[in-house]
Write a protein that binds this ligand. Structure first.
Ligand SMILES: [Zn+2]
Length: 320
């Protein structure tokens, strides 16, 4: 999700220095790792965070889109190095980057981050889904490294199922094997459902439980609707953004019934965990608290479920 205007500007900087060597998972107490897996992890086989945004205060080199101003950048900086300081100590060593809206359609910073840190990032790009050349533009971005495209409802989702250019994007996704990643509100699930009916082969990854619970309570009818979407076999759900859902308070256990229900509907092989950093590490929220809701669960998830949700589903969709 993106920063609401009232977001606290305070950010706990955990230092600019990356944890060296990509072997930070070794810093974990072995009991934490073994809670989820019977076999020791190999480097590069740590957990995958399926949704993170990075940006730099260097707006000379990477200018903001004209729709944004400097004060919109809260926190002012979240570079890969700041990310590593959060994620590597708890065993997360691959990340799906989601193009930050500050940069509009200029993906330079994301591509440069990927080039600077080979093998650890996948990418979801932004695209103008109303452009007549949307399919061609998507193919170019896929050739550059994008594995998916974020589509963001601004109240226009009702038009998506009949939009010629949106249909072109979904068809190209099915033909080319990339994912469509809707950032939608609960009332928009029905429109994604219609597109899934038209394009059953398109791989879909719904962000943040379709924002169910963002109002403060999990709406059961909307959750049922999200679970009904599971009848389309290529739909996945990001089990993510706990800081923004339900009580919005660690340890986030009020979200467990929602996780239980999506697990029952989708199975672990279509769910993926994500933090939505840097937003998960603002105020009292921590990176570890997000991971722990899944990793330390003893009520809902088996060790195998955890491996799928924390790594293998995202690996299949975004690192395949
Ligand atoms: Zn986000």
């Amino acid at each position: 999700m993106h920063a609401p205007s009232d977001r606290r500007s305070f950010v706990k900087r955990l230092g600019q220095t990356a944890v060296a060597g990509g072997l930070a998972w070794r810093l974990l107490p072995s009991s934490d790792i073994q809670a989820a897996t019977a076999t020791p992890m190999q480097p590069g086989e740590g957990w995958i965070d399926a949704h993170v945004h990075v940006w730099t205060p260097d707006t000379k080199k990477y200018p903001l889109d004209k729709a944004f101003k400097l004060s919109d950048m809260q926190p002012p900086s979240f570079t890969p190095e700041e990310l590593w300081a959060q994620c590597k100590p708890v065993g997360v060593d691959r990340i799906v980057l989601i193009q930050m809206s500050f940069y509009g359609l200029d993906h330079s910073y994301m591509w440069d981050a990927m080039s600077a840190h080979p093998g650890v990032f996948s990418a979801v790009a932004l695209i103008d889904h109303q452009s007549d050349s949307v399919a061609k533009n998507a193919k170019e971005l896929v050739n550059r490294g994008a594995k998916g495209f974020r589509i963001h409802s601004h109240g226009d989702a009702k038009d998506w199922p009949t939009s010629k250019t949106m249909q072109q994007l979904w068809k190209a996704a099915a033909d080319e094997g990339f994912a469509v990643c809707p950032l939608i509100n609960p009332q928009d699930i029905q429109f994604v459902d219609k597109l899934c009916e038209q394009f059953p082969k398109t791989r879909v990854v719904v962000d943040h439980f379709a924002r169910i619970g963002v109002s403060g309570t999990v709406e059961q009818d909307r959750l049922d609707e999200l679970c009904k979407l599971a009848r389309h076999p290529n739909v996945h759900v990001k089990v993510s953004a706990y800081y923004a859902l339900g009580k919005k308070q660690a340890p986030y256990h009020d979200l467990k019934p929602m996780i239980r229900q999506v697990l029952k509907a989708y199975g672990p092989q279509r769910l993926m965990w994500a933090t939505d950093c840097p937003y998960q590490v603002q105020g009292d929220h921590t990176y570890k608290a997000s991971l722990d809701l899944i990793l330390s669960d003893t009520e809902i998830l088996t060790a195998s479920d955890k491996q799928w949700i924390l790594r293998d589903t995202a690996k299949k969709v975004f690192f395949g």
